[in-house]
Design a protein around this ligand. Structure first.
Ligand code: UDP
Length: 486
């Protein structure tokens, strides 16, 4: 049938309500709108409130007649932190309280915009929200998952049953050697150590709620009709071919944020209003500060949207950065330090030294920061979005992973891709000072060359005929072919 004569397919997108997934799912939504598909993005009321407060996202999407934004409760009280050690409560609440409402939304006609769009034909949901697949199966709508964590960690999730069967898990960190190599994650036998496994593996207890949750997440992936991944073949080809033995239908379409820019540059005649999906107020004054700094001289420091630091860790980083003598731009998120009044405890000499070579903001326009010529390195927690953004920008990394996939990612950054130095499990001022100097001075040329080479691969995969470009085209084609024929 000629596709131009029938109404476009209607895709519902449901991101995990966290900054990283929200960022990438809005980019995906825009890419599908550009492909002429009707898109409904469902976000939690909590996320919606923050988007309204800190972004102009609705203005941007007003340029796409096929786009609509809907909200759903996450079931948590308004003052719940939804981060740090309370992070897992979000998943419990979504499963228990949001699932029935999600089903109601899909089975009522509230998404058809008074009949002007088709009922939902296709669901794209975060793969950590397994209940979306239950609902999709119950009402017979095809579903594809987006995995916003890294493929290398996802591959470890896939292998968890094997690790348990072979006795590699659990191990008791207090008694055992953390540097023992893991043998049952195929393709990583020569470099993946116990300390590089996702953080819940450190609990030493297979019955722990988190271990059970992520074990079932690994099994969850093959229930969907495919997995959309924010990576590209040239970066993760090795891991992707392992994953395809279990989930044959993968769509690696990363770096997503840049695929969107590449598509926009070829398709939209009039520029759209600039927009971010930041859940905090971006402080753009740091861009002017960066303008005053020499080429590749500044280390950018950010631990993303979920990680929290103790006041001791904060002080070690602070002294380490100042002592390194390297200019630094540091994001200290308002809610990211455990313990009150930390600001009043900063010694006067530290404040003075910071004034001379540092700049601190509560939230930065990170993609722009990483693209700024003054940035020479990124001290990061290795959240997957930050990692991919850094790779695209050609910025070498110092890895200080906080939890979950970040521990695996940092090992891949340092040992597989050779794009930086892994500082996991240490947090003392002298190590921080030395590692910053190693990346920014001693081994600068080596890391910069390697990062530039990888960034070139990342740029090429987005061009017409490139791997991510073609995978997006295949996804769009598959959405059309799975559209119900009523
Ligand atoms: N980010 C940002 N400004 C900041 C810090 C982070 O815009 O000051 C963005 C960053 O570009 C990335 C996201 O927040 O897209 C963080 O996602 P990531 O997966 O790296 O880490 P998470 O926050 O999930 O731990």
């Amino acid at each position: 049938m000629d596709q131009t004569t029938k109404p476009p397919p209607h895709v519902l997108i449901f991101p995990l309500p966290l900054q990283g997934p929200v960022n990438s799912m809005f980019k995906l939504a825009e890419l599908l709108c550009l492909a002429g598909i009707d898109v409904t993005v469902v976000v939690t009321e909590h996320i919606h409130g923050r988007l309204l407060r800190y972004t102009n996202i609705q203005d941007r999407f007003n340029h796409y007649p096929g786009f609509q934004l809907k909200t759903i409760p996450d079931g948590l009280p308004a003052d719940h932190p939804r981060s740090g050690d309370k992070f897992m409560e979000l998943f419990d609440s979504l499963k228990a309280k949001t699932k029935p409402i999600f089903k109601d939304i899909l089975t009522s006609d509230c998404l058809t915009a008074a009949g002007s769009r088709r009922p939902v034909d296709f669901i794209i949901a975060d793969g950590s929200l397994g209940f979306t697949c239950d609902v999709a199966n119950e009402i017979g709508i095809p579903i594809v998952y987006v995995r916003t964590i890294s493929p290398c960690c996802l591959w470890v999730f896939f292998c968890l049953p094997k690790l348990i069967e072979a006795g590699e898990l659990p191990f008791k960190p207090a008694e055992d050697d953390w540097d023992v190599l893991i043998k049952n994650v195929p393709g990583t036998e020569n470099f993946l150590r116990r300390r590089d496994l996702p953080s819940f593996c450190r609990l030493g207890d297979l019955d722990d709620e988190q271990v059970q949750f992520y074990k079932s997440e690994g099994e969850e992936n093959s229930r969907a009709r495919g997995l959309i991944l924010n990576t590209f073949e040239e970066l993760d080809g090795h891991v992707l071919s392992q994953m395809r033995t279990i989930c044959p239908n993968l769509y690696p379409i990363g770096p997503l944020h840049e695929l969107l820019k590449a598509k926009l540059s070829t398709q939209k005649a009039t520029p759209l209003p600039a927009s971010s999906s930041s859940l905090w107020q971006e402080d753009r004054t740091c861009m002017t500060w960066l303008d005053s700094k020499p080429l590749k001289s500044v280390v950018y420091v950010s631990f993303g949207s979920i990680a929290t630091l103790t006041t001791d860790q904060l002080m070690e980083f602070w002294h380490g950065l100042v002592n390194s003598g390297i200019p630094f731009l540091w994001v200290i998120r308002p809610d990211s330090i455990a313990g009150k009044d930390w600001e009043s405890n900063i010694a006067a000499d530290l404040r003075e030294a910071t004034k001379q070579r540092g700049y601190i903001v509560g939230w930065a326009p990170q993609e722009e920061v990483l693209a700024h010529p003054a940035i020479g390195g990124f001290l990061t927690h290795n959240g997957w979005n930050s990692t991919v953004e850094s790779i695209y920008a050609g910025v070498p990394m110092i890895c200080w992973p906080y939890f979950l996939d970040q521990l695996v990612n940092s090992r891949f950054v340092s040992e597989v891709w050779k794009l930086g130095l892994d500082m996991k499990d240490t947090c003392d001022r002298s190590t921080i000072e030395k590692t910053v100097r190693d990346l920014m001075v001693v081994r600068k040329q080596e890391f910069t060359e390697r990062a530039t080479e990888m960034a070139e691969f990342a740029r090429n995969c987005l061009k017409e005929g490139g791997s991510s470009y073609c995978n997006l085209e295949r996804l769009v084609k598959d959405i059309h072919s799975m559209m119900s024929q009523d």
